[in-house]
Write a protein that binds this ligand. Structure first.
Ligand code: R5P
Length: 302
């Protein structure tokens, strides 16, 4: 089966880098909108018996990118592809892994059902909650960027660095970094009031005169990290903060919130696209090599 890599409009540069790492180039797909906004997709015709990889992060605009992915899969299936793998470096809706109130759907499950119906396999990176894998009826290859990000973090051990989990959800993740970096972990107890507003209830661990490295799976509005950083500074942390997160969504006021604080480094991956003009001190670590290596591995294994 010849491999073919397609992409929609969410993260073409990463799809190109994955293709290059596999010594190939992107296959032709056009994704446009009709005047009324309806999506239109067309893939090149020579896909009979192909081993197709559709690279698309479901970042904002989430619904549009998700539908592009489903349309591309349908086009490839009808065109005769032998196997179709969704490569979703950032998987949106992973935070809706349960109901928080009686009137809500389980959004993550709905999305998993749609993807399971259209794809043979899913490849993704650092799901917000790894148990989400159980929502899928297709095999899930769940990759992690943690070792990659940890290895690339410039650390000055003389400045007493400490890892910080900005909420309970990040504690396990912070401990994974702690194992690699051999650093202590401080835990912040966060209260979420709305999707945009959070506050800090208390902090566990020693932070005075230490340099905080905040750990999270994603930066969305930046509210979680900003509240955590303010609490760390109030408790005597050094004014030199680093952030590590796999997925940089940077929506709403995220950039302003974080640039207003003494944030010296924001280390993220290229699972999403980010405006080149951002004022944040971003360091981006590429995922193309680990995704391409996994594709290569699966192709030799199957
Ligand atoms: C929370 O459960 C997540 O791990 C992130 O901390 C959170 O979703 C980030 O969102 P925001 O940047 O909007 O606070």
């Amino acid at each position: 089966m010849k491999p073919m890599i397609f992409t929609g409009r969410s993260n073409r540069p990463l799809a190109q880098r994955i293709a290059a790492a596999l010594s190939t180039s992107l296959s032709q797909a056009t994704v446009t909108n009709f005047p009324d906004g309806e999506l239109h997709v067309e893939v090149e015709s020579e896909i009979v018996d192909a081993d197709v990889y559709l690279v698309q992060s479901t970042a904002s605009p989430v619904a549009e990118h998700l539908l592009e992915l489903l349309f591309l899969a349908d086009a490839c299936r009808r065109g005769g592809a032998a196997r179709i793998t969704a490569v979703i470096p950032y998987f949106g809706y992973a935070r809706q892994d349960r109901r928080t109130g009686p009137g809500e759907p389980v959004g993550g499950r709905v999305v998993a059902d749609m993807l399971s119906a259209k794809f043979d396999r899913l490849m993704t990176v650092d799901l917000h909650n790894p148990t989400l894998e159980g929502f899928f009826t297709i095999p899930v290859e769940h990759l992690t960027a943690v070792p990659l990000l940890a290895e690339n973090l410039p650390l000055n051990r003389g400045q007493n660095p400490v890892l910080v989990a900005p909420d309970h959800g990040a504690v396990k993740l912070a401990h994974r970094y702690a194992e690699i970096l051999d650093l202590p972990v401080v835990i912040i107890h966060k209260l979420r009031h709305t999707a945009k507003e959070v506050s800090v209830r208390k902090l566990t661990g020693e932070i005075k005169n230490r340099t905080p490295v905040l750990i999270d799976d994603m930066i969305a509005t930046g509210g979680t990290l900003a509240a955590a950083i303010e609490a760390l500074l109030e408790n005597g942390a050094r004014q030199e903060v680093s952030i590590i997160a796999t997925h940089a969504l940077l929506v709403g006021d995220a950039v302003r919130r974080l640039t207003d604080l003494p944030v010296r480094r924001v280390m993220v991956t290229d699972s999403t696209t980010i405006s080149k003009e951002t004022a944040l001190p971003l360091q981006r670590i590429g995922l193309a090599d680990i995704l391409a290596a996994k594709i290569r591995h699966l192709r030799t294994r199957d």
